[in-house]
Design a protein around this ligand. Structure first.
Ligand code: ADP
Length: 177
């Protein structure tokens, strides 16, 4: 079994292009197509994604996750999770963000997912501070891989340069860009 760190990868770009078993979507609690990464995933997957969501779910609480097929995406599944709306950091935002990552990973494990790509949940319109979000994301993923010994490759896909630099610094502190 490889070490936990060797199963965590950093990618800069568009998550809809990822050839992985599952991509994670930063959805909203109503599971309605929105902007940001959610809009990109719905556009790339096609309308069947929305139909399946609406057929099976009335919504998704912050910190929880639901799974659908990937339709026109290269990914087989989309795991829709809901991050916290940032207020001031004293309303359980850290715990909800960690739970969003953890719920997504648990659902992935249940569906025998061997490779999964995460966007930077919460750091767009929900305004979670980027460095704090990255620390929580990395720690939650590492703990999950350690605890479960899951045979899973995890990709952090950063769309914006800020997030990419932050993840690079945290994951590869001794490698300059
Ligand atoms: P949230 O509501 O959880 O903040 P957003 O979609 O607004 O969700 O933003 C989450 C992150 O997704 C942001 O860092 C944004 O830069 C990133 N993002 C936007 N489009 C894409 C995409 N096509 N692929 C990967 N990440 C994306």
């Amino acid at each position: 079994m490889n070490t936990v760190s060797s199963r965590i990868h950093l990618v800069k770009g568009d998550i809809t292009r990822m050839r992985v078993d599952a991509v994670v979507n930063a959805a909203n609690a109503q599971l309605n197509p929105g902007g940001g990464v959610d809009g990109a995933i719905h556009r790339a997957a096609g309308p069947e994604l929305f139909w399946e969501l609406k057929r099976k779910h009335t919504g998704c609480a912050p910190g929880k996750a639901v799974i659908t097929n990937g339709y026109r995406l290269p990914a087989k599944y989309v795991i829709h999770t809901v991050g916290p709306v940032w207020k001031d950091g004293r309303h359980g935002e850290d715990e909800v963000l960690a739970s969003a990552y953890r719920s997504s990973l648990e659902l992935a494990l249940q569906h025998d997912v061997k490779s999964i790509a995460f966007p930077n949940i919460g750091t767009g319109v929900y305004k979670f501070p980027k460095t704090r979000a990255a620390q929580i994301a990395i720690e939650t993923v590492k703990n999950f891989l350690k605890e479960t010994q899951a045979d899973m490759e995890v990709y952090f896909v950063c769309f914006d340069e800020d997030n990419y630099q932050i993840y690079h610094q945290l994951l590869h502190p001794f490698n300059p860009n």
